[in-house]
Each structure stands twice: as structure tokens, then as C-alpha cells.
Write a protein that binds this ligand. Structure first.
Ligand code: HEM
Length: 261
């Protein structure tokens, strides 16, 4: 039957046209419709999955590292605001007096220590260097000597004069050796001992410089020259000195016990 005159027929949708899909959709049952939409993964879904994975990873890292890190101990500089601020303001130059302000007594200030004339920010170890911490003696000052001797109370100074004594073997008075030989050996021992002190200081400096927690902030300036009699080697260090009697004749490398970190 022909259509009534004047009545307009809707044009047939052609394949590929928007109307085609529309008519296809309108012909689908509700189940098919749901099936079709569930198969489409939008960028938002991908973003949700990524964010969830990052969240789970952070939570796991936090749990496994006992709250120390959200990124599996990977703490790049851009996740450390203190490092960024330091980089922004450039290297500091502090006198011993200015440095003493950063001893951890003010919780709002960073904790600095100096070793070998370099100043490091050790705020990340506040429990170690802050008040009551096992190494608070190093905070706010240059205690390079104590790093070598281990005498944390007596040697809170950067005065290294005579510190090499710690590595100089105590002579055996009964040893069959001429005084000239003894003198020569003493000179050699002292020279070697000085090198060892330098190496020890260097080791600690590198410890801070290469640490992931701590970082270099500048240098110590205006340190007055150490005059007067050099400090005496502290008692524990004196007791720890190597004894010639216990040493191989050619081995002057015996050193007192050092900490294993
Ligand atoms: C010359 C002697 C020593 C020096 C200069 C020294 C220095 C240090 C320093 C600077 C730290 C802090 C490291 C950090 O910031 O992570 C440290 C940590 C530590 N040291 Fe020593 N140390 C000495 C001897 C010893 C000895 C003999 C022992 C053991 C009886 C020891 C046990 C420890 C322990 C357990 C820690 C970890 C403490 C903490 O994180 O709170 N140290 N040491």
C-alpha cells in the first residue's frame, strides 16, 4: 500500500551513518546494550587503575619499610622539599657560632653538623642527632676529632693536632733496635698515622656526602686557628692504640677497632 499523500517517510538510514548506529542501538535488547558499554575502556578507567596501583604500591612500601618511605626507599631530590630549598638558596657559609644554632634544640630549624669544614644537613636523622639522640654531640658543631677518636665528650672539636697518635704503635722498650732505627721508624709511623686520620675523616665525610638522607649545605668559615698545646689523646683512644709487641715487625697498619655501620 502506498503511503498516504503528504505523509513524509523517514529516510532509510545508510550503513555507517550516525542514524544507522542509532537505529541499531534502539533495536538492541537492554542486556546487549549493557554488554556493549561494558566493553568500552575509557581513558578515565585507565587513570583510575593507575592511581589505584600507585596507591597500593605506596601503602605496601610504607608498610614494608616501617613507615620510612612511600617509594621503596627511592627518595629522589624532588620529593625532598628541604633539599630543593637548599639548592634554591645556594651553598651556606657559617661560622662556628652561626652553626651552633642548628644543633636540634629548635625543632623548627634543620640540624647541621660539620666535618672537615663541610656542613651537612642531618635533619633526616633527628632521632640520632637531635636532643637525647645517641650522636647529638655532633649536631651544631665541627667535631671532626671525635669522629676519629670516638671520644664524643672530650673531643667535640675540629682541632686535629696530635689525633694521629691513635694509630701510632706503642713501642716495646725491650725491643732490640738502635735509637736511630727507632727514630726513623717513629717518623714513618707518624706519617702513616696522619694518612690514616685523613682517610678516616674522609670516610665519614663521604658517608654524609653520599647519604640518601643527608646532604651538603655549605662550608664552615671563620674557624679560629688552633693555638696553644694540642689536645691530649683521650683515654679510651690511648688504650686502643696498637702495641708494637703484638704487631708483626713490618706491620704498622694495626688500628684500633672502628665502628661498622
Ligand atoms: C669512632 C667511633 C664511632 C663513631 C665516630 C661513630 C659514629 C656514628 C655515627 C655518626 C652514627 C650515625 C649514622 C647515621 O647518621 O645514620 C652512628 C650510628 C651508630 N653507631 Fe656509631 N660510631 C662509633 C662507634 C660505635 C660503636 C663502638 C658502636 C657500638 C657499640 C656504635 C654503634 C652505633 C649504632 C648502633 C648506630 C645506629 C644508631 C642510630 O641510628 O641511632 N658506634 N655511629
Amino acid at each position: 500500500m502506498s503511503s498516504p499523500s503528504g505523509a513524509r517517510r523517514r529516510p532509510q538510514a545508510t550503513k555507517g551513518s550516525p542514524d544507522a548506529s542509532h537505529s541499531a542501538r534502539s533495536n538492541s535488547s537492554p542486556d546487549e546494550l549493557e554488554d556493549q558499554t561494558s566493553r568500552i575502556i575509557s581513558p578515565l578507567d585507565i587513570l583510575r587503575v593507575i592511581i589505584t596501583l600507585i596507591g597500593v604500591s605506596c601503602a605496601l612500601s610504607y608498610y614494608i619499610t616501617s613507615g620510612a618511605s612511600l617509594y621503596w626507599n627511592y627518595d629522589p631530590w624532588f620529593t625532598q622539599p628541604a633539599k630543593i630549598a637548599q639548592w634554591w638558596q645556594g651553598p651556606l657559609q657559617l661560622t662556628p657560632e652561626q652553626l651552633s644554632v642548628f644543633d636540634g634544640s629548635d625543632p623548627k630549624k634543620p640540624i647541621y653538623l660539620a666535618i672537615n669544614g663541610k656542613i651537612f644537613d642531618v635533619s633526616a636523622g633527628r632521632h640520632t642527632y637531635g636532643p637525647g639522640g645517641s650522636y647529638e654531640v655532633f649536631a651544631g658543631r665541627d667535631a671532626t676529632r671525635a669522629f676519629v677518636t670516638g671520644c664524643f665528650l672530650e673531643d667535640r672539636t675540629g682541632d686535629m693536632r696530635g689525633a694521629e697518635e691513635i694509630y701510632v704503635p706503642i713501642d716495646d722498650p725491650d725491643e732490640d733496635i738502635t735509637s736511630a732505627q727507632r727514630k726513623m721508624r717513629a717518623e714513618r709511623d707518624r706519617r702513616k698515622a696522619r694518612e690514616k686520620v685523613q682517610a678516616e675523616v674522609q670516610k665519614w665525610e663521604s658517608f654524609y656526602a653520599s647519604s640518601k638522607k643527608y646532604f651538603l649545605v655549605g662550608e664552615l668559615v671563620g674557624v679560629p686557628e688552633y693555638t696553644g698545646p694540642p689536645p691530649k689523646l683521650c683515654e679510651p683512644a690511648q688504650k686502643g692504640r696498637p702495641k708494637r709487641k703484638n704487631m708483626n715487625q713490618n706491620d704498622a697498619s694495626d688500628t684500633p677497632g672502628k665502628p661498622v655501620l
